[in-house]
Write a protein that binds this ligand. Structure first.
Ligand SMILES: [Fe+2]
Ligand SMILES: [Fe+2]
Length: 355
């Protein structure tokens, strides 16, 4: 629990956990700098906290303050805006399709663990001393370690991408493992070097769709074929994924949680669950979204599948060129295509139309 620094009696700790994302906050927010003892204005009055910033504030929750005189204003605001949009815990408890009726935390955890196993086609060893969650954690670590090994291979990005797709498959099409590999490779290609972040991106890629396991949806090619009721359930899957991570207490970082939560958001705000856009999107979440799209286009169990470089060209053409929907950040796509195709693997840049 944070305390007001002695030098600043006019300030009170900001209750970050109660503060909703995507709402206009009616007070000024300050951040305390321990190195020089100063209190700096962090957000003007009437600022909106996007989900990415909101999540980052969670990491440093003890450092935020507000002016004591604003206390009545803040209290009224919190009363009118209860809950916390970034941490949608609890809603699963009442989700009729999922965990309703779970009597205890343990039951909730064991049901969640089973859903996760189904999602990954993973059969837990019932005779093992380890819990299902521990076994699942091992599986996640193995996939992530496999991805990090591929990153070290001395080859061009496109060759590595081709190698990674399928190399990580255990049986048949494995979207999760493919996305883990593709997203980490894309990140490396555009200059991400921090190993922990690359590991988080691979982990986030592997886990991004776990929420689907709660949605009780029929196997269909794409969400376009869902009925309105199914579509509504489908749109819950990023939040459900975040909740699963929290219920299971898997050892994953905040980065991974944000990736899972934001992987269906669009650069232009047309995605879900929050319709967050632009700078409020965590770039690794966009990388995972791009990787997921690539993998959907190359999967061989769907008609019309294409090679990986062709898939990237298609994404470039569909994304924003000619004023269409802008699912992915065009600047980010440009960086990716520059990195992937700079070796002359393609005749022309797929994003030439961006200018
Ligand atoms: Fe998804
Ligand atoms: Fe996906």
């Amino acid at each position: 629990m944070s305390r007001t620094p002695e030098k600043h009696p006019g300030y009170l700790p900001l209750p970050i956990d109660k503060l909703p994302a995507n709402k206009v906050v009616p007070i000024e927010m300050y951040i305390y700098m321990p190195m020089n003892g100063k209190m700096l204005l962090y957000k003007e009055e009437e600022a909106v906290l996007g989900p990415a910033r909101h999540a980052r504030m969670h990491e440093f929750r003890d450092r935020f303050f507000y002016k004591r005189e604003d206390q009545p204003k803040l209290e009224a605001f919190l009363k009118a805006n209860p809950g916390d949009d970034v941490r949608p815990m609890k809603s699963l408890m009442s989700n009729p399709h999922f965990l309703s009726g779970a009597a205890s935390k343990e039951e909730l955890q064991s049901r969640s663990a089973k859903l996760l196993c189904n999602h990954f086609g993973f059969t837990p060893d019932e005779t093992s001393d380890e819990s299902i969650t521990e076994q699942m954690q091992k599986q996640i670590n193995q996939v992530t370690a496999g991805v990090l090994e591929v990153l070290e291979v001395d080859a061009g990005v496109l060759d590595k991408l081709k190698a990674v797709v399928g190399a990580l498959e255990t049986s048949g099409w494995n979207h999760s493992a493919n996305v883990a590999g593709i997203s980490a490779l894309l990140a490396l290609a555009i200059g991400y070097t921090d190993k922990e972040l690359l590991r988080d991106i691979a982990t986030g890629g592997y886990l991004h769709d776990i929420g689907l396991s709660t949605c009780n949806l029929p196997m269909r090619a794409r969400e376009l074929n869902y009925t309105p009721v199914e579509l509504e359930r489908y749109r819950q899957h990023p939040a459900a994924g975040l909740e699963l991570l929290e219920i299971l207490e898997l050892g994953v970082s905040e980065n991974v949680k944000i990736i899972v939560y934001q992987h269906e958001e669009w650069h232009d705000g047309g995605g879900f669950p929050q319709g967050a856009q632009g700078a409020d999107l965590f770039e690794p979440a966009q990388l995972v979204a791009i990787a997921s799209k690539i993998d959907h286009l190359i999967r061989t169990d769907l008609p019309g599948f294409v090679a990986i470089d062709e898939a990237m060209r298609k994404i470039g053409e569909e994304n924003g060129a000619g004023g269409g929907a802008c699912e992915f950040n065009p600047g980010l796509l440009n960086q990716i295509f520059d990195a992937v195709f700079s070796g002359g693997a393609m005749v022309s840049s797929p994003l030439a139309s961006y200018g």
